[in-house]
Design a protein around this ligand. Structure first.
Ligand SMILES: [Zn+2]
Length: 114
């Protein structure tokens, strides 16, 4: 389950940010998770619950911003959203496509009580 190690890296980012707010309580973590990032939001949530239980962030909520995978065709210029990872423009069939969003995997914001 690679979500566990991804969640561990996310929590290291959180640790770094929380050092500047010593003594504050972490309420929420807002994370951007693109649909093309290979991370399953449900599994990330489960990993988060396991990792924060008994620790300083117990009770904090993980808020996942689910970002659709979107691309643009280099041949016809059509912008579109992928329902799933698939290569090729739905309009002209060209395989020359730029991914514009949906690969994100990052901690965007923390909500803390100080
Ligand atoms: Zn096209």
């Amino acid at each position: 389950m690679h979500e566990l190690s991804i969640c561990q890296s996310m929590l290291r980012v959180v640790d770094g940010a929380m050092k500047a707010h010593e003594g504050s309580k972490l309420l929420r973590i807002f994370a951007d998770v693109g649909r093309g990032s290979t991370v399953e939001p449900q599994l990330l949530r489960e990993a988060f619950d396991v990792l924060v239980t008994g620790g300083p962030y117990e009770g904090a909520e993980l808020v996942i911003n689910d970002i659709p995978l979107a691309g643009r065709c280099r041949s016809c210029g059509r912008a579109f959203e992928y329902r799933e990872i698939a290569l090729g423009c739905p309009a002209c069939g060209s395989a020359s496509v730029d991914i514009e969003s949906g690969l994100e995997l990052s901690v965007r914001e923390l909500e803390i009580d100080d």
